[in-house]
Design a protein around this ligand. Structure first.
Ligand SMILES: O=C(O)C(=O)C[C@]1(C(=O)O)C=C[C@@H](O)C=C1
Length: 358
């Protein structure tokens, strides 16, 4: 065993030396960015990070899993970027929310994460420049769209710079030791909905109380007798609660998608997605939506999502949020968008950004 440990010590020295060599290279990149007059927010290059991580997956032969090597390399890039200029990332707080986990998953631990009480405040903080980027939930695989986030975009100049997918594991937690003394279960309404069947079966008589965030639910479970919370592991740790039943979400691959919002658009990474905000003008006219989407079909563009929301201009008038494969600066999407723009009464590219890497 001793000789294997010697080998590990030897490998650690090599890794350590290489990490610092890599950090010195990143410092050099940072210096040339600074001499080109770039500001702090321009130091972050999501398209380059996505390419690095995709290469990590391509060459991974194990035994470490892709998730593990990607997590390690994200942290390396996070540390390398922080020595150029640490990023400030606003998110829907408080500490212990899934949004915070999404920040750490996407940007690593070497950023300054700023918890804010509401989604519109995350937008404001990024728009004003107090934060470099923001992370907001956009949809859950069980419960669908987070309308509050979607409704911010029509009146905001902010762009979408990335997406993060987070597997959501919901746990029942509290100060008690069993289920019999639970009078009330608090959680964010999305989390309550994700665990509806479990609650019907195992806690049919407990009151379900929606609160502003899962972390707020955990705080109440800490402070109130008879109150349990549904939240993630991080909230149990922050508020010192017992996990009474782990993994109570109804769908085994329950996943939430978050968007990274920022003030600028980024160039293509080779595997990108574009989000559009469009309107057909008279959405009541026969074939209006079909015609609007025609250019996408003609140019063989894959549409991965379409969501309609009230336009707030007049009643029964809608805007559409459309996700398509590809980057807006590259063919064939570039041509398709030129045609689509001509026939839309509202046309905005909300962002072209790398598809989530794991
Ligand atoms: O390639 C760059 O522009 C870098 O700054 C280096 C690096 C990295 O560590 O690989 C760091 C931060 C950027 O977001 C992307 C990549």
């Amino acid at each position: 065993m001793d000789c294997i440990r010697e080998r590990i010590d030897d490998i650690d020295c090599q890794i350590h030396e290489l990490l610092n060599e890599r950090a010195r290279c990143a410092q050099q990149v940072g210096r040339s960015k600074r001499s080109a007059g770039l500001s702090a927010v321009d130091f972050y290059r999501p398209e380059r990070e996505a390419q690095v991580l995709r290469r990590v997956i391509e060459r991974n032969k194990g035994p470490l899993r892709n998730e593990e090597v990607v997590r390690l390399f994200r942290e390396i890039m996070s540390a390398c970027l922080a020595q150029q200029e640490p990023l400030k990332i606003a998110f829907l707080g408080p500490e212990g929310t899934f949004s915070q986990q999404a920040v750490l998953k996407h940007f690593g631990h070497s950023v300054r994460a700023l918890p804010l009480p509401a989604i519109n405040e995350v937008f404001q903080e990024v728009q004003s420049g107090h934060a470099d980027f923001g992370v907001v939930p956009i949809e859950n695989s069980t419960e669908g769209t987070v309308n509050h986030t979607l409704d911010m975009f029509p009146s905001s100049p902010l762009k979408i710079c990335g997406e993060v997918e987070l597997r959501i594991q919901q746990h029942l937690m509290g100060r008690m030791s069993g289920l019999e003394n639970i009078a009330r279960v608090c959680s964010h309404q999305q989390s309550l909905a994700q665990c509806r069947q479990w609650l019907d079966e195992y806690l049919p008589n407990a009151e379900r109380m929606p609160v502003a965030s899962n972390a707020e639910a955990a705080r109440r479970a800490r402070d109130e007798d008879g109150t349990a919370a549904i939240a993630g592991q991080a909230a149990a740790e922050v508020y010192g609660l017992n996990i009474l039943v782990p993994d109570i979400e109804d769908s085994p691959d329950n996943t939430t998608r978050f968007l990274v919002i920022g003030r600028k658009l980024f160039s293509a990474s080779g595997n990108d997605k574009t989000t559009l905000l469009v309107s057909a003008g008279d959405t009541q006219a026969p074939g209006a939506l079909h015609q609007l989407l025609g250019p996408l079909a003609r140019h063989d563009i894959t549409m991965t999502r379409i969501e309609s929301r009230p336009s707030r201009r007049r009643k029964w008038d809608y805007v559409f949020f459309i996700d398509v494969a590809g980057h807006a600066d590259e063919p064939p999407l570039k041509q398709a968008l030129e045609e689509l723009r001509k026939q839309a009464s509202l046309f905005r590219i909300l962002g072209s950004y790398p598809c989530a890497v794991l």
